[in-house]
Write a protein that binds this ligand. Structure first.
Ligand SMILES: Cc1cc2nc3c(=O)[nH]c(=O)nc-3n(C[C@H](O)[C@H](O)[C@H](O)COP(=O)(O)OP(=O)(O)OC[C@H]3O[C@@H](n4cnc5c(N)ncnc54)[C@H](O)[C@@H]3O)c2cc1C
Ligand SMILES: NC(=O)c1ccc[n+]([C@@H]2O[C@H](COP(=O)([O-])OP(=O)(O)OC[C@H]3O[C@@H](n4cnc5c(N)ncnc54)[C@H](O)[C@@H]3O)[C@@H](O)[C@H]2O)c1
Length: 448
């Protein structure tokens, strides 16, 4: 065999485990057909947050007008994009050197199975004892006439000029985060959804507040609408056509209707690996139906969220298994999620909507920050936190959700309490900085 372990794809689901595994002397190769480091590093989370942060900053400055700050700075898309390029362009090279510095062989090109132990790249066969499929997902594209006129999240993250009128199809993470960004830098934004519910995985009441805020800022929502076709007009604008004589003229269409796994391009049949439209099918050891082939990250058919931290967790789990350190099934910890809207919505553990629907089991404490002096330092109105307690487990804290500009920090602070099932005594032994979100939470959390 050429290698002990061959990883297909170089994203979070690969390098988090492959790098420490290589340091134990295991002979590893990674095949990558695009940019090293995968979607998150090159055309996902990192690029998005660079464009988002200045927008959050301006929102915070707006809230302090007349409270010590006079004047709102303007956002400049071209410079913002140049700043993004400066930070993101080196990620590809950095992603490759992170692997080679650990002694991993990198193979650039498209991988396809030849059999269960052999993968072909650029016409050359490579054999390995174990193979990990970590090939992630790509944007789903609507299959309608005129679809070639649409753009995806990767295009948006490199847009040289912000169009005057942007139309976004979909109501998920990408649609709403990018609507927030495009609106903030001055585009007229329309969001077209096939239902009337955005961001299904987040609390309905918080999503409604984010949607109302976006409407106030000028975003138009067109619910219950499925676009049937698109055509280019003489003046280069685009015309979208829907049922009941619906038409809309726009300058740019972002198709944000989800992501699909890349396994259809792996010749899985040659290895006999089973998959479905959601991803590669694995058991609770992340092992496919073919004993020496495993899968991790977005490539999986899984119910856990397809996010960077879950891909990294799975990658570390497999590496520990290959080191012989971990023989049991994967045990996911509580998982936190955030949508980078403005304000943000973040959550961890048991979901708020589920808790509200089951008051036999859960007790929900709704906390408003409007009367909290520390959270009013930035004059943020309407920020709120929900704490979810399990009545059947001694009223233990099992979930939390927050709507605020600081939701990421709050939920990160609450996560260890839930994951570690911390008691009041253990919590009292933590001496936090003052003033800080963690300090305020420490006093507020009624732990058992
Ligand atoms: C716009 C956007 C924003 C996001 N923001 C966030 C966020 O804020 N927080 C968060 O947690 N998650 C976010 N995500 C999700 C996150 O990017 C993914 O969950 C994460 O990248 C998954 O890592 P992965 O290693 O499983 O897959 P990927 O990062 O997709 O890596 C797979 C790699 O495999 C390569 N590949 C595919 N097929 C082949 C082949 N046949 N041969 C060789 N190479 C192949 C691909 O080129 C790719 O580099 C975002 C995603 C997008 C699109
Ligand atoms: N903040 C974050 O953590 C973050 C940010 C961006 C993306 N992501 C990850 O990336 C993945 C993809 O995000 P996304 O926004 O592309 O997908 P998504 O699944 O969140 O949203 C897809 C949207 O498109 C709609 N849709 C699907 N098919 C459609 C059709 N045929 N016609 C009209 N609408 C249709 C869905 O109803 C949904 O509103 C998610 O799994 C998410 O985990 C995470």
């Amino acid at each position: 065999m050429d290698f002990d372990v061959l990883y297909l794809g170089s994203g979070q689901a690969t390098w988090n485990g492959a790098v420490p595994l290589a340091k134990t002397g295991v002979k590893i190769a990674v095949v990558e057909e695009s940019q090293y480091g995968g979607v998150c590093s090159n055309k996902g989370c990192n690029a998005k947050i660079i464009l988002d942060k200045p927008i959050e900053l301006v929102e915070k400055i707006k809230a302090l007008q007349g409270r010590g700050i006079d004047g709102v700075p303007s956002l400049n898309w071209k410079d913002l994009m140049a700043h993004k390029h400066e930070l993101i362009v080196p990620q590809d090279e950095h992603g490759q050197s992170r692997l080679t510095n650990a002694g991993i062989t990198t193979i650039s090109g498209h991988a396809e199975f030849v059999d269960a132990h052999t993968v072909k790249v650029n016409g050359k066969n490579y054999t390995a004892d174990k193979i990990v499929i970590a090939t992630g997902m790509r944007p789903h594209r609507l299959d309608i006439p005129g679809k070639e006129l649409f753009h995806d999240s990767t295009d948006f993250l490199s847009l040289p000029d912000m169009p005057k009128h942007m139309t976004i199809l979909g109501g998920g993470f990408v649609a709403i985060e990018f609507a927030t960004i495009a609106n903030a830098v001055g585009a007229q934004v329309d969001v077209i959804t096939r239902s009337n519910r955005l961001l299904r995985q987040f609390p309905a009441q918080y999503v409604a507040e984010v949607q109302a805020e976006l409407k106030d800022r000028g975003v138009r929502f067109i619910p219950d609408m499925e676009i049937k076709s698109a055509e280019k007009q003489a003046d280069d604008s685009l015309k979208l056509v829907g049922p009941h004589e619906f038409t809309l003229e726009t300058d740019y269409v972002l198709d944000a209707t989800g992501r699909i796994p890349n396994h259809d391009q792996l010749n899985l049949e040659a290895a006999g690996v089973k998959a479905n439209a959601r991803g590669i099918i694995v058991n609770d050891n992340l092992q496919t139906n073919v004993a020496n082939i495993y899968a991790a990250g977005d490539a999986l058919d899984k119910t856990t969220p397809k996010l960077t931290p879950t891909a990294a967790f799975e990658s570390r789990y497999l590496a520990a298994k290959f080191m012989g350190k971990n023989k049991g099934p994967i045990k996911y910890p509580v998982i936190s999620e955030i949508v980078f809207t403005s304000p943000r919505i973040a959550q961890v553990g048991v979901k708020l909507d589920e808790a509200l629907a089951d008051n036999e089991r859960y007790e929900v404490e709704q906390v408003s920050y409007d009367g909290d002096w520390f959270r009013q330092v930035e004059n943020e109105n309407g920020a709120k936190l929900a704490l979810i307690f399990d009545k059947q487990a001694g009223k233990r804290l099992v979930g939390a959700a927050e709507l605020s500009h600081e939701a990421d920090n709050t939920i990160n602070a609450i996560l260890p309490y839930i994951q570690m099932k911390m008691t009041r005594e253990q919590l009292n032994d933590l001496v936090y900085l003052f003033p800080s979100i963690e300090y305020t939470l420490q006093r507020r959390l009624p732990l058992v």
